[in-house]
Design a protein around this ligand. Structure first.
Ligand SMILES: C[S@@+](CC[C@H](N)C(=O)[O-])C[C@H]1O[C@@H](n2cnc3c(N)ncnc32)[C@H](O)[C@@H]1O
Length: 469
């Protein structure tokens, strides 16, 4: 009886919400959030389970009619794996909803005109577009519905794949993932098979115990592959055994590395990568620039769209040969180096020391002599005296993490007052928040969304701001 009261019938699904969820409109006009697999164009009944921020959230109990925008999900793990939640929605619709998300942020948060948002630049490759995947080991793989419903007992449950969201100690045992070139599947499945055959222990996160913890697989458009295995135990003979057997099984790997992490947390930023065999790094090329990628260095995870993103930013910057340019949150200097031949001088700032090492090497190997790279927090390094030492900037490129820029950085940008700011962001909300602050002295000219991650709700957006005269 209680359940019946909680049913809402004939909801029209009208939009996409965060995290693969959807927004519905009930016949009464009430707006609700549908958790799970509904897509715009569906008509559904739902049972609501909770109220959040005044909105009822719940699950679909029945599809009354299905949207014409639905497509068959390509992946066998769809629905269980949290990775590509929009696979069942056609790509044009995904793109439209992402563009709308950027428009909404500009209208509601930046308090500006959404017509300044250009059409989204969609991805030409909607599968196998990632150049990096990290798989996790677990002693408790996630059981499928069929396994749960079967009579079988599963005492030993080693698994290698992706973490299940909301169940930190369990992983989905992945057989085939469509996000990276298919050889990534060969690498992962080879390691899992060898581990089971050789009785190498899988990591038990609850007890911080076990040899095999993670494997990071990276590749580049130049056909190079890098493997970094993360071990939970500092046991040299066992590590040697794993690395030798893997190396003997896989002939296409360019660079072999490992990291020992015996800590209870999984962060590897404070650990060093050990080089095992092959080259110490792999190479990627965007435009005229060749980048060196070390096991721990950041590189945009979709190389094809990284070029589209950088070209979009560079077009907006419309640099002059005499311009002094700052590249804030420069990572391995990727955008800075991409811009260097178009300006007089470029100065990159980044908090991770190893990334700056890579940036300097990348400058050298590409014969770029007009770049300077500095390690530190942008908030601390970029004070008003910075310009006296490095030159007054004509254009500032900024590409902060999801949280956006610290307010102090925005204040410094307003003081430095370059003619142009090009703001790249992976979070339209924090980008729009910072744009609102910059509007004290700047006009927002245009914003271009770029899709780097098909089948997910993530969106990158590039904004151009010009100084008011
Ligand atoms: C979104 S990535 C951008 C990387 C680079 N622009 C690229 O396209 O490859 C953000 C970068 O900001 C760095 N970062 C985060 N917080 C920082 C801070 N407070 N000061 C300087 N760098 C920071 C991160 O380490 C990361 O490399």
């Amino acid at each position: 009886m209680a359940r019946k009261k909680r049913i809402i019938e004939d909801i029209e699904v009208i939009d996409i919400a965060d995290k693969g969820n959807a927004i519905g409109k009930a016949p009464s006009g009430e707006i609700v959030i549908l958790l799970g697999e509904a897509v715009p164009g569906d008509t559904v009944d739902m049972v609501y389970t909770k109220k959040k921020k005044g909105l009822k959230h719940g699950f679909v109990t029945e599809f009354k009619s299905k949207s014409s925008h639905r497509v068959e999900a390509k992946c066998d793990h769809f629905g269980t794996c949290g990775g590509c939640k929009w696979q069942h929605l056609d790509y044009a619709q995904q793109a439209m909803h992402k563009e709308n998300a950027v428009k909404q942020a500009i209208r509601r948060i930046a308090k500006d005109d959404e017509s300044k948002v250009n059409p989204i630049k969609t991805a030409s490759k909607i599968y196998n577009y990632r150049n990096k995947l990290e798989y996790s080991f677990s002693t408790k793989r996630w059981l499928t519905i069929e396994e749960v419903n079967s009579e079988e007992q599963f005492d030993q449950r080693p698994g290698l794949g992706f973490h299940i969201s909301g169940a930190f100690d369990k992983v989905l045992n992945v057989d085939k993932c469509h996000l990276q070139d298919d050889y990534s599947n060969t690498v992962r499945n080879t390691l899992r098979d060898l581990a089971i055959e050789n009785k190498w222990s899988f990591y038990d996160i609850r007890n911080n115990h076990g040899l095999l913890r993670n494997i990071i697989v990276r590749n580049t458009t130049l056909g190079q592959w890098m493997i970094t295995i993360i071990f939970g135990k500092n046991d040299a003979p066992e590590i040697e055994d794993v690395m030798t057997k893997m190396k003997n099984s896989l002939s296409e790997i360019t660079s072999w590395n490992y990291i020992i992490n015996t800590k209870s947390n999984s962060s590897i930023s404070d650990l060093s990568a050990e080089h095992y065999a092959g080259t110490t790094h792999i190479e990627e090329s965007l435009g005229d620039i060749t980048y060196r990628i070390s096991p721990k260095s950041f590189f945009q995870t979709n190389s094809h769209q990284a070029k589209t993103l950088y070209d979009t930013a560079l077009d907006m910057a419309s640099l002059d040969a005499e311009d002094v340019v700052y590249d804030l949150y420069t990572g391995t200097g990727s955008i800075a180096l991409y811009m260097a031949h178009k300006c007089k001088k470029v100065v990159g700032i980044e908090v991770i020391a190893e990334a700056i090492e890579d940036a300097k090497i990348n400058a050298e190997t590409n014969n770029i002599t007009n770049s300077t790279f500095l390690v530190g927090d942008v908030k601390d390094l970029l004070d008003p005296t910075f310009a006296e030492r490095h030159g007054t900037p004509d254009m500032i490129m900024t590409d902060p993490p999801r949280a956006g820029m610290h307010e102090a950085v925005v204040t410094t940008l307003l003081t430095l007052a370059p003619k142009k700011i090009v703001y790249i962001s992976c979070n339209p909300s924090t980008q729009a928040r910072d744009i609102l602050l910059l509007k004290e002295k700047y006009d927002l000219e245009q914003v271009t969304p770029v899709d780097m991650f098909p089948h997910t709700s993530h969106i990158e957006s590039v904004a151009l701001l010009t100084l008011r005269s």
